[in-house]
Design a protein. Sequence first.
Length: 592
Amino acid sequence: MKNQLLLIAIFIIVSSCQDKQDNSCKSENSKFRVRGWSIQTNWEAQIDVVLDATKDYDINHFQLLSDIIMNLKDVKDPVKQELVNRTIKKAHEKGIREVVVWDHALYNLDYYPAQFRISPDGLINLDNPEFWDWLKQDYKSMLALLPEVDGIVLTFIETGARAELQYSEKLLTPAEKLAAVINAIADVVIDENGKSLYIRTFAYDKGEYENITSSIDLIKSDQVILMMKETPHDFYLTHPNLELVGKINRPTIVEFDCGNEYNGQNIVANTWPEYIERRWKDFMQRPNVIGYVARVDRFKSSICIGTPNEIQVYALDCFTKDSNLTADDVYDKFIGWKYGEKAIPFLKPAFKMAYDINTSIFYTLGLNTTNHSRLDYDYRSIYTRQVSEKWKEDKMIYVAHGVNKCFHAYKDMINHISPAEYKSVNFRHNKKEMGEIFEENWLEDKEKMNEEYLEYIVAEKKYGSILADSALSMIKNAEKFVTDNKAFDNVFNCFERTSLTAHIRASTAKVYYASRISSRGKEFKTDYINRILEEGMEEMSVDAEKIENYSKTVPIGQWDWKSDVMVAERYRRAVMEEKSELFRNIIFKKEN
């Protein structure tokens, strides 16, 4: 009898191990030695959830940034210092060998003592050796406040006091100035403290990337590791893979955004392993790439862990360990693991729809028409900085989603759907960020929104709404097959919010773009425009009410999901008050 019980116990243990093997990716590829996550929230309950999940993914590298710590100088605040040290300790206790914090150099000018700054602009005098002594000592004292930290991730672009703009008669190029800052910090971080230094590249245009690559050539330490985004500029689904990854002869890790900053921040469905496969399998083949780090949130409670969107980090893990796996394999393994194998036929097709839903509701004809996921069709960067075709040679874009047409991104797309002022070479940062575009004379700085392009937009938003409703219906049909009620509620609520989001963005797009046409003059107030405007107003009220009355708990990120209702209401009020000629000036807060 005892022997029988022992055999039964062994069988149960072996069976459970086999189940785990079936649902996780185990054949590890040793080439990729960095398997990392990064977290932005300072909500400790959320941090703990993420840290608990690291064991399922063999995470050995963990980055703290943003609300936890954005700059190393933040640790001079005792409360911040305590949180960071406590998180580092927890991560080490979970078996994560390398925990690093973010930093930006240089900080704002007023951070640095007046004796190192010169008139009339108050720039730092980089030729003063005492400045470098002070800078190194400052880093020593800050690192001393984080005794268990394993390294720093240093961003040296998009900083307070940009190093390349400071004063010097000896450092003659932007690259030399950037390299001087990196080398000084490396002396302290690597040489004196034996910690890791990752330098994070980031640029808005090709000129900035040239400064970056030139400065990297001047870095003295061969232990400095590069960290590059999956895309140029920022994390847009339509951007190409960053060409620079792997081309610089330094160890490089690739930064992925599974926090979905511009694509719904894990509040809606972001279930697309094909996207991860397309990017990561490309980078895996490139020289110098030694691993990845994935953002898992966008502040507060927006973590992907414990949601359907966890499939993104699952895909990274699987492809890293077994590059022969496909996105289809990932869907089956993840859904089987989290929801039960019987749910796969229902959940898998819904999950697979998420990419097309997202790129037709958070995007408009290929443009990410959001402000960090927030509803905002008038945000300047949509039509300037965020255009993916800026990084492509032919500048052409094919739009599916019920439109099925190829456009020139600037001569066709931006020329028609961008507000007039955003097409001016003299508007804000346009000349710097789009200088080569203006050289081609592709844009006319006048209102050109018309019925043709409105029809394309209406068709695309309708496509996204229908698809979102279809996905939600499939999720409903999976209920009796999902093994855990709480898990089902989680996935259902995620796709329900996706559907509601699709509808309010579709109706608001009608109102915004139709109003732009109507405001061009009497001859543009056609029956079609009036009908679309009326439909949009009616639908928008219904959609807004559904979101406003949504009583379930909603994750919160940088984007507050329910705030879209307030934007829709401002559109409605402006149109009802017949102030369309002042439309954007009345209802939108312009970008600073």
